[in-house]
Structures are given as C-alpha cells and as structure tokens.
Design a protein around this ligand. Structure first.
Ligand SMILES: [Zn+2]
Ligand SMILES: [Zn+2]
Length: 391
C-alpha cells in the first residue's frame, strides 16, 4: 500500500492544525477554501472555486479511461467556544472545529498531493471540498451549482471521524447509515387570561404539555418497533408569570428516521397529533415543517468495493465491514441520492484513549494520527477503482 512519507505526515499535521486554528462557519470558509484551492493548483489539479458559495473542486485526469470517482471532504466549523487548551486552539472566539472537518480536509489534501505526484490511476479524479455540512446543506448548494453535471462521477465517497472507536479503525456500512433530520415549529394560539379564572381562557400551556406527551407516542405507538426513529421536543416557550395564562406557546421539535418511508409517515402522524391535540383543547395550532437532511443510504455495490479496498490494504482487525446505524445526520446523503457511493467512518480514538471526546464537544479535537491511514485509504481507493490494469 502507498503510504505518506514521514515528511508529508508532518506537513499535513501542521496544515490540519493551521486550519483548526482558523475555523470558519458555514458558507464563510473563505480562508480554508483559498488554502485548499492554492494547494490543489500547485499540485497540478484543475481547480474550480465558488461552487455553492465557498465550495472547491480539484480535478485531475490521468490516462485515457472514461471512469471517474469523487471524494468529498467538508470544511466548516461550529459555533462553539473551544476548551481543548491545545497550542493550535481556535483564534476565533466562539468558533471551533469541533467535528473534525479540519482533519477531513487535511486527509483529503494529503491524498491529493500523493496522487498528483505519484498516483497510478487511469481516469478522472474529482476532489470535492464542500462548505456548510453542519446544518447549512452545503452539499445541496454545490449540487444546485451543477456539481455533478460539471464534474460527473461514477461513484462518490466520503469519510468522517468517529470518537469512541479505536483510532484508525475503518467502519463501513451498506444501506441506511445516518438519519434524516427534519424540524418542526409548533405554535399554539389560545385566549389569554387571569390565572385565577381559567374557564375564561383557553390555556395553551396545558395544551402544550399534553402535546409534548402525545408526541412521544409517535415513535412508541406509531412507528414499527424494529425501525429506529426519534422525536425530541427540544424547546418549549410560553408565559411569564404564575397568575397569567398566556395566549401563545411555541414548541421546537426534531424528527429523525433511518428509512424514507418511516420519515414520511412520521411527518403525517405528527401533523395529525398536533392538529387533533390542539382541537381537543380548543386552541389553534400552526405547524411549520422544515425538511432537513435526507436519510443517508450507502449503495450496496459501491460499499462492497470500498470495503474490499480496505480489506486488501489494511489488517483485518482494523476494518469493520458492517457498523451500526447512527441517528446523527449528514448532507452527503443528498449527494448519495444522485450518485451511488459510500460514506465511511474512521475511528478517532477508543473510550479512555486520546481522541475519545465526542464531536460537537468543546474539548473535542481531531486525532492527527488519522492523517496517515485516512490519506492511505483514499489513495488506495483511487488506485483500485481507477486501476490502470482493469479498465
Ligand atoms: Zn458535526
Ligand atoms: Zn461532521
């Protein structure tokens, strides 16, 4: 297997820490995108910038084959105040690379340099650096800018680090892997009044309390028990004083599923529960349903190929062929709806080891020991899937 040189590992570790120190929020990844574009350009990639705002694509063609492959990394950081105490900690207060997208960018750049300088492949390599994975749907924005029309890919792949799994462990999964994530805001309108005379009001607080409990039955009583699903009421706002019945209450709801059909049926059920609960309390409900990320479904055939590359080039104990589903979500799901491919995980560190701190925690940091195996996997995947001897 092609491995990065010691010099390259050191260089990309420094680069990862430089990106970490200068985190940028969704669609503001200007410094990061400029850095990515400059590096790719210097190595001979044809570079396109400004896709979906700050997205970058580096394209490298070699040989004569019409085959093509796309590898995707994300570049955005989170609105979290860093508490790692690392020498390379964020210099933008309140903004932090708490999901390791700095590491994903560094791993893909490390592979990019190696593939440009000594890659043995025949076909077209598209390296996709996307903005705004954290809720902004940067993947979709790049696609709306013609990502796959301008850079057609036979197959696409992406890799995310995962704390709690041994450092460098490669985890694959065929089929549904990450949840859809939808948002609902429910506003209840009643008639306010004096707390001493509830019969002269229609109380949205009692209606909201009942609705929270009724929403818990969507998963427990409506969804097939063998299908994973989540309904979380994460915020509830109403009233100011103990002796005033407010006229309005607001609930913020997060809805997740791992099957597109379950997702649709949960939406319908929630709409019914909200409407009928409100009716039973004599209040009026408004529901603002905002579809978020789709269910991430790994293509079976492409996952077999991606897994086979890992099994050929990495020790068996370092490769998990079928990992668990996760209730987190990921906008690479939109790309996978358009192009078959696979999304894999690389362990950031087992519990009790360095790198175990969960993503989105102020103490999280990407494990730099993953730059070498992460890049090596990307290099192997490209050289196997675009192998010059198997057109
Ligand atoms: Zn994240
Ligand atoms: Zn992430």
């Amino acid at each position: 297997m092609d491995r990065l040189s010691e010099t390259a590992v050191q260089a990309f570790t420094l680069l990862r820490r430089d990106i970490h120190q200068h985190p940028e929020l969704a669609f503001s990844e200007r410094r990061t995108a400029a850095l990515v574009a400059a590096q790719l350009g210097a190595w001979g990639y044809e570079v396109s910038t400004g896709l979906g705002g700050t997205g970058v694509v580096g394209q490298l063609k070699r040989g004569t084959s019409a085959r093509s492959i796309g590898l995707r990394a994300d570049m955005d950081a989170l609105p979290i105040a860093e508490a790692t105490g690392a020498a390379w900690a964020s210099c933008h207060h309140g903004v932090m690379h708490a999901c390791g997208h700095d590491g994903h960018t560094a791993m893909l750049l490390a592979a990019a340099q190696h593939l440009a300088q000594q890659g043995r492949f025949d076909g077209t390599l598209n390296l996709i650096f996307q903005p705004a994975e954290e809720g902004g749907g940067g993947a979709l924005k790049m696609m709306e800018d013609g990502l796959f029309e301008r850079f057609p890919c036979d197959a696409i792949f992406a890799m995310h680090n995962m704390p709690g799994i041994a450092q460098g462990q490669l985890v694959f999964r065929s089929g549904p892997t990450m949840a859809s994530s939808d948002y609902a805001t429910v506003t209840l309108h009643g008639v306010g009044g004096h707390g001493a005379m509830p019969h002269k009001a229609t109380d949205v607080v009692v209606a909201a309390a009942s609705l929270v409990m009724a929403l818990q039955t969507v998963v427990s009583r409506h969804v097939d028990p063998l299908q994973p699903a989540v309904v979380t009421v994460g915020a509830i706002h109403a009233g100011q004083a103990n002796n005033v019945i407010p006229a309005e209450a607001r609930l913020e709801v997060s809805v997740r599923a791992l099957d597109p059909q379950v997702r649709r049926s949960m939406e319908q059920r929630i709409r019914d529960v909200v409407r009928l609960q409100a009716e039973s309390f004599g209040v009026r409900a408004e529901l603002d349903w905002r579809p978020g990320y789709a269910v991430l479904v790994n293509d079976a055939a492409q996952t077999v190929r991606a897994l086979a590359v890992a099994q050929k080039h990495f020790p068996a104990h370092q490769v998990t062929p079928q990992g668990p589903m996760l209730t987190g979500s990921e906008d690479f799901a939109f790309m996978l709806e358009k192009v078959p491919g696979s999304y894999l995980f690389i362990g950031n560190g087992a519990d009790g080891e360095p790198g175990a701190c969960m993503v989105h925690n102020p103490a999280y940091d990407f494990n730099d020991d993953n730059i070498a195996p992460g890049a090596a996997y990307w290099i192997a995947l490209v050289q196997e899937l675009l192998s010059p001897t198997h057109p």
